[in-house]
Write a protein that binds this ligand. Sequence first.
Ligand code: ADP
Length: 263
Amino acid sequence: MNMHAPRPIPHYHEIAQECALFETAHSQGLPLLLKGPTGCGKTRFVEHMAARLDRPLYTVACHDDLSAADLIGRYLLKGGDTHWVDGPLTRAVREGGICYLDEVVEARKDVTVVLHPLTDNRRTLMIDRTGEELVAPPGFMLVASYNPGYQNVLKRLKPSTRQRFLSASFDFPDPQSECAIVAKESGLDVSKVQPLVRLAGHIRALSGMDLEEGVSTRLLIYTASLIHRGMPIEPALEAAIIEPLTDEEDIKQALRDLIATIY
Ligand code: ADP
């Protein structure tokens, strides 16, 4: 008899049959790269799929100091003894879990060297420090994400790395899906979410011109949550949309003008 309570599956509103792609990639042992702007649902998607497939999930937010040792593990000193501690990638491989490397282009170059033998048919992880060579069991899957909008020439995923992954592009959901997502996540009534999503459409049309990036679904959920908890619309928009998007006074004013055409 299974005494474990069933693991809750985080809510995810599917946009374009990405769940079937993930499932197939997982069953075939293929790695998956998710491309798209921040706050559009990539992390939630991976959390949802890991729970659905009942696999442990190890998420690593990559940064420019993240090295292969941070992923693989290291010897730690404890009470005069050194002992080996697995990093999140090693744990995912041992347990047949899913390892999600968020913003993988940020990581140091030595990380790529580790990923290559894991993402081709060898599916092996070399742990140089212990001399171990782990072959990933069938449940293991590597998922990585990156935001093409942030890319610069120095931080680009090399074709030799990119071409080891199946890839899927994520973007902000269509308005109807986004209304459903924001309403569900914030608790705010759909009728009050609709103008927010319309505003997001206008703001996203400005991105690239005055704004580095359009407003994310995440920020819309923040705004809707503030309104749902009783904050008037104007300060909610100021705190959850205008201020997070820009530091420039003239752009803030342009956003307020845009808001005035909707509210
Ligand atoms: P990313 O990883 O792309 O930066 P997240 O997955 O953290 O973005 O998404 C931000 C938030 O937006 C999530 O916490 C979730 O509340 C919501 N969200 C975005 N897209 C979806 C979706 N398709 N279904 C359910 N929630 C979503």
